[in-house]
Write a protein that binds this ligand. Structure first.
Ligand code: NDP
Length: 400
């Protein structure tokens, strides 16, 4: 069918690349390009004996549009899948525009120095993508991504109107370290130490970090503490789900994680303000990242499951209706299959599926779109086929 250029070769990219290689009919060629090309080469060497997909590698600094344009012109991919960091979204979108190639990512743009993620920067590209006749598919991970597709699917098949969405992200994995993050520590800590917020009655309601706590009994896992966070899919779902009154996002955290985080915050280690250290400017959070366990090293140690999904409350045929759609993923099974734990797996699989939707022309609309703006059905089928089967519960316990 075609060729994908994957930018980044970290935890999420590694899973997406494994999955593209399992799906050789669609992904005949994969070019893996990242800043550290040795990581791309190591993955190529591991995978090329196991797949019909042709794998090539390249070095690129995705902060530089000219380098990206030269790479895209040389490799001639049908789709660029951005699995580097949110800081690179705009430069990669610029390069896709210049070369007229479809764009897919899993996280919205965030300027490196402000820790504020919003869609406004990427939505500003709408007209230019439309004119160029190419698609930018935003947020094709799990959350955002699958949770947004679950919302579109619930609206299409179960509701006339959805009024309340609670997105619940539970990771009950245990890696045995007192403190580690399951994906890029810098991105993860920026997210969880920020103020929380939710959408209610047409406006944002802001909370202190971790101010709102609930306990939920997760299917196949059990009771866990979860905390309200700001999360990027709320912003687009608030616009794309008609009749919505409230959207909240909760993530589970264990007490040990929170105690360590509080301590690191209190001593200034999570700050993104540069400081001078021995004559050199360093960012405390980036230094912290360097001393924490590399998320990719957690794979072989992590046991337990994740459960991520959405609880919907709305109306069908004039009656109130509730619905819970979720996926349960097992860390050890993921590791056995692709050598990564479930957090990278649950993001890498939908990233591959999003690229497949554009590659096959299943989703075809020129412009910049969030994932819930497309027909959810082929994506939902692909989740079942490619390792993230989902469950529908029509009588869930609600979060108060
Ligand atoms: P990692 O830190 O493991 O990997 C990031 C990769 O990007 C590395 O290979 C890194 O290269 C590369 N990279 C960083 N900067 C550049 C650059 N300037 N040019 C080229 N390559 C670069 O991150 P993850 O795999 O954990 O996360 C990847 C993305 O997925 C992030 O945007 C994250 O926010 C998103 N994500 C989305 C989720 C969702 O559900 N939607 C969930 C989890 C993550 P190098 O090795 O040289 O540093």
């Amino acid at each position: 069918m075609g060729k994908v250029l994957i930018i980044g070769c970290g935890g999420v990219a590694s899973v997406a690349i494994h999955k593209c290689c399992q799906n050789s009919e669609v992904f005949e060629e994969v070019c893996i390009a990242s800043r550290t090309v040795s990581k791309c080469e190591a993955l190529k060497e591991k995978l090329e004996k196991t797949t019909k997909t042709k794998i090539t590698t390249a070095q690129v600094n995705a902060d530089h549009v000219e380098e990206l344009i030269a790479l895209i012109e040389r490799e001639k991919p049908d789709v660029v899948l951005n699995l580097a960091l949110p800081y690179q979204d705009l430069t990669i979108m610029d390069a896709c525009l210049a070369t007229k190639v479809h764009y897919v990512d899993t996280a919205n743009y965030e300027p490196e120095d402000t820790a504020k993620f919003e869609y406004k920067w990427q939505w500003a590209y709408r007209e230019r993508f439309e004119k160029a006749g190419i698609t930018a598919l935003l947020g094709s991970g799990f959350d955002p991504g699958v949770t947004s597709v679950f919302s579109a699917y619930a609206l299409k098949h179960y509701f006339d109107e959805i009024n309340y969405i609670d997105i619940l992200d539970c990771n009950a994995g245990d890696h045995g370290y007192p403190f580690a993050t399951n994906f890029n520590p810098e991105i993860n800590i920026r997210e969880v130490s920020a103020k929380g917020s939710y959408w209610e009655d047409g406006r944002w309601v802001e909370t202190e970090p971790m101010e709102i706590k609930r306990v939920y009994d997760f299917p196949q896992i059990g009771e866990k503490d979860m905390y309200l966070l700001h999360h990027e899919e709320i912003e687009s779902l608030a616009l794309n789900i008609p009749g919505i009154k409230r959207i909240r996002f909760f993530m589970t955290f264990g007490q040990s994680y929170l105690t360590h985080l509080k301590c690191l915050e209190n001593v200034g280690m999570t700050s993104i303000e540069p400081i001078m250290f021995e004559g050199k400017e360093i960012v405390p959070l980036q230094f912290l990242k360097a001393v924490l366990p590399d998320p990719s090293s957690l794979g072989p140690r992590t046991k337990g499951k994740t459960n991520i999904g959405c609880i919907f409350v709305g109306k069908k045929d004039g009656k109130e209706k509730k619905l819970y759609i979720y996926n349960v993923c097992d860390h050890e099974s993921c590791y056995k299959e692709v050598g990564s734990q479930a957090v990278a797996y649950t993001t890498g699989v939908p990233a591959m599926i999003g690229a497949m939707m554009l590659m096959t022309g299943t989703w075809k609309k020129a412009g910049v779109y969030n994932i819930e703006e497309f027909d959810p059905d082929p994506f939902m089928d692909a989740l079942n086929q490619w390792g993230l089967p989902w469950i529908v519960d029509e009588n869930p316990k609600l979060v108060d």
